[in-house]
Design a binder for this molecule. Sequence first.
Ligand code: FAS
Ligand code: PHB
Length: 380
Amino acid sequence: MNRTRVGIIGGGPAGLLLGHLLDRAGIANVVLESRTRAYVEHRQRAGILEQNTVDVLRECGAGARMDREGLVHEGIELRFDRRSHRVDFPGLTGGRTVMVYAQTEVVKDLVALRAGPLLFEAEALAADPDAGVIRYRHRGAEHELACELIVACDGFHGIGRASMPSVTTYQRDYPFAWLGILASVPPSCEELIYAHHEHGFALHSMRSPSVSRLYLQVDPDDHLGNWPDERIWDELDTRFAVDGDWRLERGPITDRSITPMRSFVAEPMRSGRLFLAGDAAHIVPPTGAKGLNLAVADVTLLARAIISGDERLLAGYSEAALRRVWRAEHFSAWMTAMFHRDHGQDPFEHRLQLAQLRYTAASDAAMTSLAENYVGLPFQ
Ligand code: FAS
Ligand code: PHB
């Protein structure tokens, strides 16, 4: 195997979905993934699929288990000033909703569907945008793969972006991070709760009727040793505090991690034969639940261009993808600014934040804007 039409670096959701879409169109492709299958299938990450992602997975035959086991959600709750405000997705967006179905499950489904070559523990060492050659290491030996096109779906720390001769990057690092936990306890809510509190942000999400996924804002240099279970639950109790008889149920914490937060975009998303897709090209703070969904949008767009064989569509990929990326970057930055307490910020900024929250909850126009961005704007 030293030649293929499309060489895909990275076996995360972007690389696996692209490979599957090309498989279905009969376009030869190879996916190179540096980690083990077990690692990529169990790495805790995203949990919300926007409407477009759900539609794409169904259309390409990868949505059966999602439809059986996923949870369709018709809204989220905004919580601040000890009060709750529901965002009615179908009511505000003409029927669009989101699906709670973990990225780990999407990856497992796509691995199971894979028809073409998918090499695990195969690390791409170099990618040549002009020659279209990937040099990679697999089972202790180095190999070369000649490709008509190379798509780097290798995430923020991959080699794809670094292989571009000229790229402009835009970055914002936030003065906070997210401490995320998985807990074996039924969710204390039907829908996700995004909470703003003077201590900081908290999010109540879920993975199933018996597993909760919760996050709380921490300092960027904080570490898990500072957060014994009881302190996590006590702080979540504080931040979710609301008038009425709502109670946060506790349970065994089975997974925990601290994730830094950044906004990042690399332009353009193409150089010669080399294309970027997903986190290789952009990162959003997870507040808007956009990361995985942007990766899906990129590869859906790119797959259509490759399958069409129309060079104009390939030439237009970067500009078209970036339009969607920047919209999602803005929404994610806006949600992050509205909900997180930057303890270094001046009190004036905090008053503006509260005014933004109160206006958003009270205005149909503002709630419609939040809802249509959250469920995902229709593909152009
Ligand atoms: P990925 O990073 O998922 O996949 C890239 C793959 O390329 C990896 O498997 C990596 O091993 C492989 N790779 C890298 N270099 C390689 C090389 N040289 N050769 C071969 N393979 C190579 N998004 C949300 O919407 N909600 C969330 O809550 C959320 N939480 C997150 C938490 C964390 C800790 C992180 C890091 C991200 C989170 N995200 C979240 C964003 C995340 O879901 C990404 O958007 C999504 O994984 C993007 O998918 P890919 O672009 O495929 O990149
Ligand atoms: C998750 O369930 O992991 C999740 C949900 C919504 C977000 C971020 C993460 O905004």
